[in-house]
Design a protein around this ligand. Structure first.
Ligand code: TXA
Ligand code: MG
Length: 338
C-alpha cells in the first residue's frame, strides 16, 4: 500500500479490544508500517514504528502536525533505551529507575537508527516507558520502539478516551485499541537530561516535587519558561497552539477571592469545571465538580471535547494551586485560555 493511498482515500479503521489476540493484530499492523492509536496512563498515543521513516511521515499527515514538533519514542523496558539513545548520564538513569514505567519523558542523545523525521532534525530524542499493560504489550509485540504523539488532531485537546481518538482519527489510522479512559488525563513530564543541569521542558504527570526529591538541581518549568530563547530551542512543541477547545476558556481564582465573570459573559451556553461550585447565579448548561485535583486533571480534556460537541460558548474553569499535578493542570488551563 503506497503513501498516496493514505493521503487520498479514507482507511477503514479497525476497532480493537485490549485482548492479547487484538493487541497482536495491532502490533502486526505497526510492523507493516501502519498507524495504531493505543491507550497509555497519560493520554492515548498515535503509534508507528520509530525506525520506519515512512510510517512516521504518516503520523504527521494524520494529525496535521507541524513538521518542527518532534515525537516521543515509547519503550517496553528500561533496557531498550540503549536501542535509541547513546550516552545516558548516571543521574538520568536514576530518574529512569525511579519513575519508569510512568509519565516521565527523558530527552537523550539520539542514536542514528532513529530517523531525523522523528526528532525533526534534533540530535536528541525524547523517550518514555508508559505505565500501561496494553501499551507495554503492544510495544513488546512490535519488538521495536514505537514513536507516538498524542492521538488527537494537531491543536485539539489530547485524546483521553478511545472515543476521542476515534473522533479525530477515524478513517486516518489502521486501528484504534479501545481501552479505558486514561488515569492521568494529562501528558507526561518532559525533562531534558542531555545537558546540565537537567531542566523541565513540559510539566506533566510526574511532579516537580517528586523530581526534586531525586535531583535537587533540576530547573523547574516555571524558571525555564520565562527564558524564551532556551525554551523554544529545546522544546519545539511548546511554540504551537495546544489544548484549545472551540469554546472560550476563562479562569476563575477562588483563592484570590475572585468572583465569577459577569453574568453577561456567561450564559446557558456555558460549562463550569472545578473543585468548588460556581459562585455566580448564572445558569450553566453543565457543572462538572471534581473531588480532587487528580480527578480534575483526568477530566479536563474530556470536558473540553464534551463542551465542543455541545456547542458551548464558554468553559469557566477554576484555578488550582500549582503543586503536584496542579502545576501541569494550570499549564494546560493557561494555554487553553490564551
Ligand atoms: O504523555 C505523553 O507524553 C503522550 C503519550 C502518548 O505518551 N505523548 C505526547 O506526545 O504528549 P506529544 O507529541 O503530544 O508531545 C511531545 C512533546 C512535545 O512538547 C515535543 O516538543 C517534546 O515532547 N519533544 C519531543 N522530542 C523532543 C526533543 N528531542 N527535545 C525536546 N522536546 C522534545
Ligand atoms: Mg500532543
Amino acid at each position: 500500500m503506497g503513501v498516496g493511498h493514505i493521503e487520498f482515500e479514507p482507511l477503514k479503521t479497525l476497532y480493537l479490544s485490549e485482548s492479547s489476540h487484538d493487541v497482536a493484530i495491532a502490533a502486526d499492523l505497526l510492523r507493516r508500517g501502519e498507524l495504531v492509536a493505543f491507550p497509555t496512563e497519560t493520554v492515548y498515543g498515535l503509534g508507528a514504528i520509530a525506525t520506519d521513516a515512512r510510517a512516521i511521515e504518516r503520523i504527521f499527515q494524520a494529525k496535521g502536525r507541524p513538521t518542527d514538533n518532534p515525537l516521543i519514542v515509547h519503550l517496553a523496558s528500561e533496557n531498550q533505551v540503549h536501542e535509541v539513545a547513546t550516552y545516558i548520564d548516571p543521574i538520568a538513569f536514576e530518574l529512569m529507575h525511579s519513575f519508569w514505567p510512568g509519565p516521565l519523558t527523558l530527552v537523550l542523545e539520539k542514536r542514528d537508527r532513529i530517523p531525523g523525521i522523528v526528532t525533526c532534525g534534533l540530535t536528541t530524542v525524547a523517550v518514555r516507558m508508559p505505565n500501561h499493560p496494553t501499551a507495554l504489550q503492544l510495544i513488546q509485540s512490535a519488538a521495536l520502539p514505537v514513536a507516538a504523539p498524542s492521538a488527537n488532531l494537531s491543536g485539539r485537546p489530547s485524546a483521553t478516551t478511545w472515543q476521542a481518538a476515534a473522533e479525530d482519527l477515524d478513517g486516518k489510522v489502521a486501528a484504534i485499541i479501545c481501552g479505558k479512559p486514561c488515569i492521568y488525563g494529562l501528558e507526561s513530564t518532559v525533562v531534558d537530561v542531555a545537558s546540565h543541569p537537567f531542566r523541565i521542558l513540559r510539566p506533566g504527570g510526574v511532579s516537580l516535587e517528586a523530581l526534586q526529591a531525586r535531583y535537587a538541581k533540576i530547573i523547574p518549568y516555571s524558571q525555564n519558561s520565562t527564558d524564551p530563547s532556551t525554551t523554544l530551542a529545546n522544546s519545539p512543541g511548546l511554540r504551537h497552539r495546544h489544548y484549545q477547545p472551540k469554546a472560550k476558556v476563562m479562569l476563575v481564582d477562588r483563592r484570590k477571592g475572585n468572583l465569577d465573570p459577569p453574568l453577561e459573559s456567561l450564559s446557558s451556553e456555558s460549562y463550569y469545571l472545578g473543585l468548588q461550585p460556581p459562585n455566580s447565579s448564572a445558569t450553566f448548561r453543565k457543572v462538572v465538580l471534581c473531588e480532587s485535583v487528580e480527578s480534575y486533571a483526568a477530566q479536563l480534556f474530556d470536558v473540553f471535547r464534551q463542551a465542543d460537541a455541545d456547542n458551548a460558548r464558554v468553559i469557566l474553569c477554576e484555578s488550582v494551586s500549582e503543586v503536584g499535578i496542579g502545576a501541569a493542570l494550570m499549564d494546560r488551563l493557561r494555554r487553553a485560555a490564551s
